[in-house]
Design a protein around this ligand. Structure first.
Ligand code: ADP
Ligand code: TRP
Length: 347
């Protein structure tokens, strides 16, 4: 077929990156290397939206003052770590009430079975713990978070991929019933951080109490690092750096040449783990030094944080409002010009 008779190409959807992070604790190295670092890198891939998922956190944080301060700290931490509000829209989830309304619309097309299969709820049930309806419906709120902004690309850790599938299912069902309302997103598995080990060698996680926080007080951080568990092999014995959690942590923060040198030291033997720990303390200090300095400046200027979040919320609401109007109209909510505002009365 000659080029001039080809059907028009579908319009290219610009990339819109979106992700959320729960303020359920201060960010630790696992959160940074496993998620936040990649989110920040992606802010230049296109239009980006990042939010602090305080509504999701309500299913675990039950102390109001603590939640407020975790949200505030999360905003400062993200900005200090490189999130640039000139390039990305940073906001707090609950500042956009359009999302909770959208959650309800999606709930009406969501089969129970879909949520029963979701792991956050299933895991809690299998441990014999009582789950609340918020935890059960968590993936629907997450779907609304994504669909409200017409996001195309959602960077997440492996544990969240199932929720993106739920989001695609719900968007597909709604579109099937009511027309093309929602943009279907794709997950983008964040790579590079892998599984960051904690102080005991297991995956670093708040639930295992083995975390090292990014902006922890330096003396407290050093103490934790010096207490990282190691084996009791003699100093002189050569050791394999691969799979050694202390080495893994070091290699996340040291330069390539220092990592190489450390690997050689491991293979040669004749060193104590104490030396590696000291090197890790130094590498971590150097790696996060700029972010710590930026954080101190931001912390001293709460008005700036408020302004960034207010501006982010305004931008986010504008976008979410457009999508919500589309969804409401499509499913028959709200009145059109032809339908009276008061039953039986002409408009
Ligand atoms: P926690 O396990 O401490 O409760 P979250 O589940 O709140 O952490 O983590 C938020 C995101 O940070 C996760 O989706 C995951 O991508 C990333 N993450 C958390 N811990 C690690 C880790 N140890 N290694 C790699 N990535 C991690
Ligand atoms: N559930 C995600 C987590 O625990 C956080 C989150 C909430 C999110 N809404 C989202 C992530 C929308 C991506 C997109 O990590």
């Amino acid at each position: 077929m000659p080029a001039d008779t080809l059907p028009p190409a579908p319009p290219l959807r610009p990339t819109r990156v979106l992700s959320g992070i729960q303020p359920t604790g201060r960010f630790h190295w696992g959160n940074y290397f496993g998620a936040i670092r990649q989110y920040i890198e992606l802010q230049s891939a296109g239009d980006a939206y990042y939010f602090i998922a305080d509504l999701h956190a309500l299913t675990t944080v039950r102390e109001p003052d603590r939640l407020r301060s975790l949200v505030h700290d999360a905003a400062i931490d993200l900005l200090a770590l490189g999130l640039d509000p000139a390039r990305a829209t940073l906001f707090v989830q609950s500042d956009v009430p359009e999302v909770t309304e959208l959650t309800w619309l999606l709930m009406t097309v969501c089969p129970m079975g879909l949520l029963e299969r979701c792991h956050a709820y299933k895991d809690k049930k299998s441990r014999g713990l009582a789950a609340d309806a918020g935890l059960f419906a968590y993936p629907v709120l997450m779907s609304a978070d994504i669909l409200a902004y017409d996001a195309t690309l959602v960077p997440v850790g492996e544990d969240q991929v199932q929720h993106i599938e739920v989001c695609r299912d719900l968007a597909g069902s709604f579109n099937h019933l009511y027309g093309e309302v929602f943009t279907l997103p794709s997950p983008r598995l964040v790579a590079g951080g892998g599984r960051v080990p904690g102080t005991d060698g297991q995956k670093m996680s708040k639930s295992y109490h083995n975390t090292i926080e990014v902006f922890e007080d330096l003396a407290a951080q050093k103490k934790k690092i010096m207490r990282i568990t190691t084996d009791s092999r003699p100093v002189e014995e050569p050791k394999n750096p691969e799979g050694d959690h202390l080495f893994d942590l070091y290699s996340l923060m040291a330069s390539q040449s220092d990592t190489q040198r450390m690997a050689e030291l491991y293979r040669r033997g004749g060193f104590g783990y104490g030396e590696v720990k000291k090197a890790l303390v130094e590498a971590a200090n150097a790696f996060f030094a700029d972010a710590r300095a930026r954080r101190a400046e931001l912390e001293a200027d709460p008005d700036q944080i408020r302004a960034v979040l207010a501006d982010g919320a305004a931008r986010a609401r504008e976008q979410a409002g457009r999508v919500l109007t589309r969804a409401r109209q499509a499913c028959g909510l709200g009145r059109t010009e032809a339908s009276p505002t008061v039953p039986g009365k002409k408009p």
